[in-house]
Design a binder for this molecule. Structure first.
Ligand code: SF4
Ligand code: SF4
Length: 357
């Protein structure tokens, strides 16, 4: 055995600079201004006088080899071989020759990809897709995104909203995902069903008890075997107990629903970051097109588009008009389930990147 301690190899992300277009690299930190000549196209002008055009388009997010080769061929032909993915799974091609912009747009559209997602548009929905491989009990977020972006195609290719609209989805209710102008998340509405025959063999019971955020799980003997029980009055149906104990199944064809939230944002621009708030609960999780969720999102977007002032994000808009008016304008029912009466929220509500004293 060697005396030298073995350290893990921390490779991390590769240095992004190597992938930047040369004009971007040359003018890094020295840009003069930028503008949007049309939806989906940005023109950046550097202090040196250099210019670069960026064309943004939406993708289906889960790209196979066919799509990647197709898009890379377009990038090689028109975009000097440089591609860039945004955090919302849009793709961007940069080019320093204005003459290549229109042919590039034509080639991208010919391949079936919409140009847009810039400025006050509904840009690509950010989403997690861990329901395929993650251990948390989730649902098909990618399917919801595809169905919804098909419906919102015109809002992606046009800049006709008061401000940018960032929609998010996440496949479970507790982990990934952030604050969105509109968020569509899974919502389990019944506590887990426990298969007591399997708990003793499959679960480390103290870990499961520790996992519950509201201390609703306790050890119990069931049919002479060590198992667990849930205080269903306390359970908030989060699903966190499923990963350490798969016999505690929470996903359910009937009782796993979707919930829609409105008014969140991460940015500090113009107003401080905001948490989104629940506006529709118990929405059917209805593949393959999720028509009920899509109808609610479109209603909210239409009310926002008509009623918000320029530059108001959805959260700013609702702050100005008030939640009662929001529910009047959208005609969504307001129920007792909208009231957050969980006392643990006292801690989470006091959260923003603004300095407080
Ligand atoms: S949202 Fe939840 S289920 Fe989806 S990847 Fe994240 S933790 Fe896993
Ligand atoms: S679903 Fe969540 S709240 Fe309910 S028992 Fe499991 S971990 Fe606790």
């Amino acid at each position: 055995m060697s005396d030298t301690p073995q350290y893990p190899i921390e490779s991390g992300c590769p240095d992004g600079f190597q992938y930047l277009h040369p004009v971007m690299k040359k003018n890094y930190g020295n840009w003069d201004y930028h503008e949007r000549p049309r939806p989906g196209v940005l023109r950046h002008v550097a202090k040196s006088g250099d210019e670069i055009w960026t064309v943004r388009f939406g993708t289906q997010r889960q790209l196979g080899p066919y799509e990647i080769n197709l898009l890379c061929d377009i990038a090689d032909e028109y975009a000097d071989g440089y591609v860039h993915f945004t955090i919302r799974s849009n793709m961007e091609f940069c080019v320093s020759d204005e003459a290549k912009v229109e042919p590039m747009i034509a080639a991208i559209e010919e391949a079936g990809y919409p140009i847009g997602g810039t400025g006050p548009s509904v840009t690509m929905i950010s989403h997690t897709q861990g329901w395929l491989h993650c251990d948390i009990p989730g649902t098909d977020a990618s399917g919801v995104v595809k169905a919804l972006m098909d419906e919102l195609h015109e809002d992606f290719t046009n800049e006709r909203m008061p401000n940018r609209v960032h929609i998010t989805t996440s496949c479970c209710q507790i982990n990934c995902g952030g604050q969105g102008d509109i968020a569509i998340n899974v919502q389990h509405t019944k506590p887990p069903k426990i298969n007591h025959d399997l708990v003793a063999n499959a679960c480390e019971r103290p870990s499961v008890v520790a996992r519950c955020p509201v201390a609703a799980i306790r050890p119990a003997m069931v049919n002479g075997k060590p198992s667990l029980e849930i205080d269903e009055k306390k359970c908030i149906c989060c699903g966190a107990c499923f990963p350490p104990c798969p016999p505690m199944q929470i996903n359910d064809a009937e009782y796993s629903k979707l919930a829609i939230w409105v008014g969140g944002k991460h940015s500090n621009a113009r107003s401080k970051p905001m948490f989104h708030k629940l506006v529709a609960a118990g929405v059917p999780n209805n593949p393959p097109r999720w028509p009920e969720a899509a109808a609610i999102v479109k209603t909210i977007l239409e009310a926002y588009r008509k009623d918000a002032l320029d530059w108001e994000r959805t959260g700013d808009w609702v702050e100005r008009i008030g939640w009662p008016r929001f529910f009047e304008l959208t005609e969504l029912p307001f129920t007792k389930f909208h009231i957050d009466n969980w006392k643990g929220a006292r801690n989470s509500l006091n959260a923003s990147t603004h300095i407080r004293f």
